[in-house]
Design a protein around this ligand. Structure first.
Ligand code: ATP
Ligand code: MG
Length: 183
C-alpha cells in the first residue's frame, strides 16, 4: 500500500529523493555527531550507513520515471561547494534531532533549483517549503531546553545521488540509483 503518489500499471511505485552522500571521512564525522545527538536527545539514532543530506524529496513515483530522472540529472551542470554545519538542532514538531547549516552556499541553492526544474519537467509536484539544509541524526528525539554550543563541521560536496527509499519499521533502507559529479 502506498499512502500517496503515482502507481504504474503493475500497481507499484518507488519512493525517491536526490541527496548528497558522505564520503568515508565525512561519514565518520557524522557518526560522531550522531552518537552525540543520541546521547543528548535519545530516540532512534540514524543508522550510520544511511546518513545523508536530502536535496530534493520526490516522493512516490512510477518506476518508469527513473530513467528520465537519471537522464535529466546527468544534464545538470552545478558547481561543487563546501557546506558548513554549524549547529545541532532538535525540532519539537517532528521530534527530529539534526545538524543544521545556517547558510546555504549559492551553488547549493542553484543545485536545488536545478533539481526543482527537473522534478517539474517530469510532472512531479512542486516543493513549496523553502530549502533548509539539515542532516537527520535521530528521530523520536526528546528535545531539551537547550542545544549544545555550535561545532563547525565542513562538508565538501563533489557529487550528488538519486536514492530509492524503502520504508521499514526499523528505519528506511536506501539504494543508490545514480551518481553525478559537481563541477
Ligand atoms: P523514516 O520515514 O522511516 O523515518 P526517512 O525519513 O529517512 O525514514 P524517507 O521518508 O523515505 O526516509 O525520506 C527520505 C529522505 O527525504 C529523508 O532525508 C527525509 O528527511 C526526506 N523527506 C521525507 N519526506 C520529505 C518531505 N515531505 N519533504 C522534504 N523532505 C522529505
Ligand atoms: Mg521519512
Amino acid at each position: 500500500m502506498f499512502a500517496a503518489g503515482e502507481l504504474d500499471e503493475a500497481g507499484e511505485s518507488v519512493r525517491l529523493f536526490f541527496a548528497l552522500w558522505p564520503d568515508p571521512a565525512m561519514r565518520a564525522a557524522l557518526a560522531e555527531a550522531t552518537r552525540y545527538a543520541h546521547a543528548l536527545y535519545g530516540g532512534r539514532a540514524t543508522r550510520i550507513d544511511t546518513l545523508h543530506l536530502t536535496l530534493r524529496f520526490l516522493g512516490d513515483v512510477a518506476p518508469a520515471r527513473i530513467a528520465p530522472l537519471c537522464a535529466a540529472a546527468a544534464g545538470i551542470r552545478a558547481r561543487a561547494f563546501t557546506l558548513a554545519f554549524d549547529h545541532m538542532d532538535c525540532w519539537r514538531h517532528n521530534r527530529i534531532a539534526c545538524l543544521g547549516a545556517s547558510e546555504t552556499p549559492a551553488p547549493l541553492a542553484e543545485l536545488v533549483a536545478e533539481l526543482e526544474t527537473v522534478a517539474i519537467a517530469l510532472g512531479l509536484s512542486s516543493q513549496t517549503r523553502p530549502y533548509r539544509p539539515h542532516i537527520t541524526l535521530a528521530r523520536r528525539a526528546t528535545c531539551g531546553q537547550e542545544n549544545p554550543a555550535p561545532q563547525k563541521l565542513l562538508w565538501t560536496a563533489r557529487d550528488f545521488v538519486l536514492v530509492r527509499s524503502s520504508l521499514r519499521a526499523t528505519g528506511a533502507r536506501y539504494q543508490q540509483l545514480g551518481r553525478w559529479p559537481l563541477l
